[in-house]
Design a binder for this molecule. Structure first.
Ligand code: PMP
Length: 306
């Protein structure tokens, strides 16, 4: 791995690991990109770093400015981590329902956490962030739900990494979507690399992407109450809507069978990967699935007792 000059340099050094126990091994190989092995513990460390760099580069804030972001937690942790060694302040606006561990980690990294009511969802957090930005001088809201830097981050990093790690032999790519940045950026890179790669997007029940009715869900980090501006249906070869039961069941299976301690959005993505493995017509297909974060940040929610 080598020697690093600071913690931010370790962002994105995540392994792609083969899943050894699944019922469709004769048909397909499944590989998981373990994004929970980023230093802040999630796929969103990549985004935090890039959003901070962009805000400074485009002079949205001065080097002593404030970034305010509505977040379920992981983007907030990513921003707070990126801001270490700088004078930039980070305020995370978080709907109350999201896990306490993520909020503790944001604070540990020096960010300020402001709550908004659960019933108002992410839209309530966005509204509050806008209000704060109007009051705080030298502040900026990167706004992951509208910011093209979000998909671009994954277009520039995850996509090329996956192609390199599998020597180009990628057949099916699967990722859950909250803002949709991870999926959209990676899927665009993969389609440009080889238009025959199938790209599969995953949402929880209670998300509206596939025309469903908005509603509560326990799967954390994915699901849409509104469609972010950069979402492009050209990249959805397939959408899976996964129940909380199925996602949490796979979380338990991944721990026991693979030693992978993942959060519920990884469980949902893996449930979709198994369906693809079962149904693929290409013998020996290589399926790549993103595991965005770890179960350790949901232990207070009894993730293994669901
Ligand atoms: N899983 C988890 C645990 C997350 O925190 C996020 C980001 N909210 C995602 C998946 C989805 O990532 P994206 O916003 O890029 O769609």
């Amino acid at each position: 791995m080598g020697l690093f000059n600071n913690i931010q340099e370790t962002i994105g050094r995540t392994p792609l690991v083969k899943i050894n126990h699944h019922p469709f091994k004769e048909r397909a190989q499944i590989f998981a990109k373990l994004e929970y092995m980023n230093p802040g513990g999630s796929v969103k460390d990549r985004l935090g770093k890039k959003l901070l760099e962009e805000a400074l580069r485009t002079k949205k804030i001065s080097p002593k400015g404030t970034l305010i972001e509505p977040t379920a937690g992981n983007t907030g942790i990513g921003l707070a981590l990126a801001a270490i060694h700088t004078d930039v302040k980070v305020i995370c606006v978080v709907p109350e329902k999201f896990s306490i561990e993520k909020q503790m980690l944001m604070k540990a990294l020096g960010a300020q956490v402001i709550h908004t009511p659960t019933e108002k969802g992410m839209e309530g957090a966005i509204e509050k962030a806008k209000q704060l930005a109007a009051e705080i001088p030298d502040s900026h809201i990167p706004l992951q739900f509208e910011n093209e830097v979000n998909p671009l981050t994954y277009y520039e990093t995850l996509g090329p990494e996956i192609v390199k790690e599998l020597d180009g032999k990628v057949d099916i790519f699967i990722a859950g979507a909250g803002s949709g940045g991870t999926f959209t950026g990676t899927a665009r890179f993969l389609k440009e690399f080889n238009k025959h790669i199938k790209t599969v997007i995953v949402e929880p029940q209670g998300s509206i992407l596939n025309g469903g009715v908005p509603g509560p869900h326990k799967t954390e980090g994915i699901g849409m109450e509104f469609i972010p501006s950069f979402i492009n249906p050209d990249y959805f070869d397939k959408i899976y809507t996964i129940s909380d039961e199925e996602a949490f069941y796979q979380v338990k299976q991944l721990a026991r069978l693979e030693g992978m301690l993942v959060g519920s959005s990884s469980g949902a993505a893996f449930a979709a990967a198994l369906k693809e493995a079962e149904n693929t017509t290409k013998e020996g297909a290589n399926i790549i699935v993103i595991f965005p974060d770890s179960s350790e940040r949901y232990l207070s929610k009894n993730i293994y007792e669901f």
